[in-house]
Design a protein around this ligand. Sequence first.
Ligand SMILES: Cc1cc2nc3c(=O)[nH]c(=O)nc-3n(C[C@H](O)[C@H](O)[C@H](O)COP(=O)(O)O)c2cc1C
Length: 456
Amino acid sequence: MTTGHHEPPGSPGPQSSPGRPPATPRPGPLATPLTSLVGVRHPLVQTGMGWVAGPRLVTATARAGALGILASATMTLPRLREAVREVKSRTDAPFGVNLRADAQDAADRVTLLIEEGVRVASFALAPSRELIGRLKDAGVLVIPSVGAVRHAEKVAGWGADAVLVQGSEGGGHTGQVATSVLLPQVVDAVDIPVIGAGGFHDGRGLAAALCYGAAGAAMGTRFLLTRESRVPDAVKARYLAARVTDVTVTTKVDGLPHRMLRSDMVAALESSGRIASLLRAVRHAAAFRKQTGMTWAAMLRDGRALRHGKDLTLGQMLLAANTPMLLKAAMVDGRTDTGVMAAGQVAGLIDDLPTVAELVENCVEQAAALLTGPAARVTAPGTPGPRDPAPRSPATGVPATGVPATGNPPAPDPSAPGASALDPSALDSPAPGPSAMDPSAPSPADRTGPAPHGSP
Ligand SMILES: Cc1cc2nc3c(=O)[nH]c(=O)nc-3n(C[C@H](O)[C@H](O)[C@H](O)COP(=O)(O)O)c2cc1C
């Protein structure tokens, strides 16, 4: 059975035949251990988001020089293969696939990644030592996502190539420790490249992550809100209209803390009693079974794995299917009344829908300017007083350097931990101009300005 989030081919045509080794990318201005490990231009990651991170978004990200990750938990195996081949047919650039390490068919998915030559395996939960070993032996990089320092230490000890650390600000399942605390804690604890996630949406976030000592920053909600994301316009409009206080955490979807937009559906979940919750869970479990071809036994096994050692009942285990089905209702079917909209707090700061190429270029340019360029706002002792503010664009009020008119960017201290995560030679490189963009990026004529707050 082939089910899942089907996407018509994107605008760019095939670039290569599948299986061809990726071309070495032109170096970007922010070379880090992550860019050299994966072979991407920029230390920026588009995370695997169920129903959202499909072939079109991942292709656009890969072509923009960042690391795009396909979400696969909501796909059948045949659909996953199709999706992987679709990306490979449109770009030579490396990309990744996000897996549920606890899924009953995780081993088959790993085999698929190996057969298809996927560059990166990303895991929603810590993978077993055995899965890591199989992938590494086959040359696939393993980058698990973690929400706690002890999990980072564990996967690093088992041979993970890098680790993605999500702080509590982040969308979807989330922990309790903020990125600003968790990220430096993990950077200090492990000696593999660390990618910071949770709460980042622009070049200031990317620069901040590098200053914390990370080798890159990952963004979920920000990439959901791009032109190439296939989330229905009405749903994107809900995200764009959200304020920071409109983003909440509930455990009522599947028993685990889950960050999402407040909605009538979330209020209903919060107030529904045990019987209603159970009936909803059974309904969603039946639908998810149909969607993925899973057996009831496998679903229960997955639900049990989701318990993470918690004392959950059978009913709560069935809730595991709530997440994919409620997400699908909103992200694919556009039903904001019956679905949930996983979102990071950063949804409250985002009010535009750039193309992926614009997003990546702006983030990198802004981060490079903050870390190395004339936008640096700290004056070394003994030098003349503070610099004049950079000239502002009359249209946007944003300095010509790309640094926002307001905000408090981190100081560019070359001795800061982040500086050591950067390739020093790259610091001399100028920030990329338009020529540094992927030639496949849409021309300016294809772009429109930022959407007004609340409109798609
Ligand atoms: C709609 C949505 C779906 C998500 N689905 C997944 C998923 O399937 N697997 C996963 O590992 N993380 C998932 N996440 C978490 C993201 O991959 C990422 O870690 C998080 O969004 C980072 O925080 P940010 O939104 O503040 O950038 C999801 C997040 C969102 C917003």
